[in-house]
Structures are given as structure tokens and as C-alpha cells.
Design a binder for this molecule. Sequence first.
Ligand SMILES: [Cu+2]
Length: 379
Amino acid sequence: MCWRVDHNAGLVLEDVSFAPAGHAPLQVLASLTLGQLEVPYDTGLRNTEDITSQGFGGRSMLTLTARSCGGERLTTPVPTIGDGSVGSVEPREVLCRETVDGGISYHATGEEPGDEPLVERRTDLRLSTISKVGWYEYVTQYTFGADGSITPELGATGDLSPADYTDAAHGWAVGEGDHDHAASHSHNVVWKMHWALGGRGGQRVEQYDAADTDEMGPKSRVVSGSLTGIGREDTRTMTDRRWWRVVNPDRRNDDGHPVSYEIDLGASSSFTFTRDDGHEHGGYDIAFTEASDCELFATANRDGHCGRGVPDYVADRQELDDVVAWVAIGFHHVPRDEEQSPMESHWQGFTMIPRDVTATRPDAPPSRETVNGSPPPAE
Ligand SMILES: [Cu+2]
């Protein structure tokens, strides 16, 4: 992959490829960035749009220290004033590249009684930057698992806003007694992924749903799963047992299955951006749009003629081929006594995982290399 720092979006990853063990690399994404971070306070008295107003790059992006980065610190030129259109740039150590232990990759009982279990730990590549916006300091983090998983996360630390104290209905008492209620608020994040599975274009989008049927089998209820195509620009919401995938139908693995990446939203406090309130496509957990160079941000997009945000982008229902996905993950933050001070980092994010990029586990241990599909009947 390549990386750079954008004045607004902060860390930008481009041309992201995954090379499964023993296989040729597959391009996965053309780009991966933050599309917006909105922080509306429950009092209704404050709202910030941190990506489009202040930005995560430029002077907001902090120089890393040995304590803030456990790995290697990488340098890039960062503007000293504004977006760099005037003034000078300064090379600074802003990107942290770490190799971290990802826990147990697999654990499976050995072939013969008494054999050691088959066990491997996972290694993850983790990239992060830190941006200070107001009282908050945000960690933009992307974790690339050896299994091909990609996990975007935003960590929030720093301090609670000293300027936002309210009553019990809109906050939480963090001082002595029942007086000083720090205001609750939401961290509403949209990530933007421009897909390029095997290269840009020719991408298809599908939604998977598994529905409870009314049918009770002999042992359990029958659950029926299916895929439906999303052929045109649209917004969708999350529900139980639902996920999405981006597919390249022209590229197949050795089992003949089209390669794809699955998008799993996980836990989120669903939200509607304040600006999107009342719009037909305003409340979404994920949106798919056809790539356009001027559709930069999820809201407050400046280039008015191509739309002010995601609800405008999807409105003309263009056919999807060169696909951009916008994933909305919210976190409703009710302050705690322990957050003074500084605040313990709180995290929000989601995961993308390969689905049928390879015909089997790419790094299978020798005794499992031939396992693929329904086993032959026992003799
Ligand atoms: Cu917060």
C-alpha cells in the first residue's frame, strides 16, 4: 500500500493489496480514509464536523514519540499552515507502523491421540496517526491481519469538554455529589472505502440476510440465508445476521468461487448526521456509491454540484461498477468518573474480511492441506 496525509481526512491509504501466503497479491482497495467525524452534544448546544472543519492533517496531526508508537515512526512532509496552499511544509514523524500479536489464529486438535495441537498465533500490521481536535485526541488506526482482514478503528482520548456541563438528563455527574454533569455526546464516524478487488471497476455489491423461518426442524428452527444484489447506488441499515460484500465476478479462486471481501459492521450506535436529518437517505449504516472525484466527504462536501453528502450522492441511483462504500459507526459517549483525567481511549470501528479470495486457508498446516469441501464418506 501507499500512504499520505490529507489536510482534511488525515491518514490516507491507497492501492492496498493483500498477498495470501503462497499466492499472488490481490489488489483490494484503491483508497481507504475517514469520510467524516461529527460530534453532536446531547444538549443540542454543540456540534462539530471535525474532518471538514478543522481536519485531521496539517497542524492537527501530532508528532509521535517513542511512548505513543511502539513500532517504527515514519516521516512525511506536513504543512505548517492550513492545507499547504500557502506557507511551508515540515517533515514530521506522524505515522506509526507496528507489528503486533493478533492472538490465536487457530487451535485445532492433533491428528492422533497424544499429538500436540495444531496452533498458530496471528501477526497483525498496524498503522496509526494521532490528531488533536479541540479537547479530544483521536487515534486513526488500521489493522491488517495476516488473514487478510482490514480493521479501521478510531480511538478517542484527551479530555472531556470542560465547556459542556448540563443536567442529569443530558449528561453524567463526574464531580462530587450530583452537580457537575458532563454532557453526553456522540462520535459519529463514516469511513470511506474505494474498492478495487483485482483493480478498479467491474465490482458488484451484495447483501446477505439470514432469516428465521416459521419452520421448526426436528432439533432447531430452520434459518434461511440468501444474497441479494445491490445494482445501484443506495443506503442500507443494519439488522441481525446481515452483512455485505463487494465481489469481482470475473476473478475466481481455485474452487471457482468469485473473490470478494465481506464488510461486517459489528457493534455500533446507529446515527443520522445532523446535516442529513430529514433526508430520505439520511439514516444509514452503509452506503454504496459510484466513484466520483468530487464526492470527498460523507457530509459538508464543498463541491456543491456533485452533492453535499452521501444522501445526495445516492439520489440519482447510478449503476454500481467502480464502487465506493461508506460505513457509518456511531458511539454514544456517556462520560464516566474515570475519564478525568486524561480520558481512557474508547474505540469504534468495523472489519472487512476476505471471502473466497483463496480456495482454502492459504497457510494451512501440512496435515490439513487437502481439506476442501465435504469429506469423502468413511470406509
Ligand atoms: Cu466522547
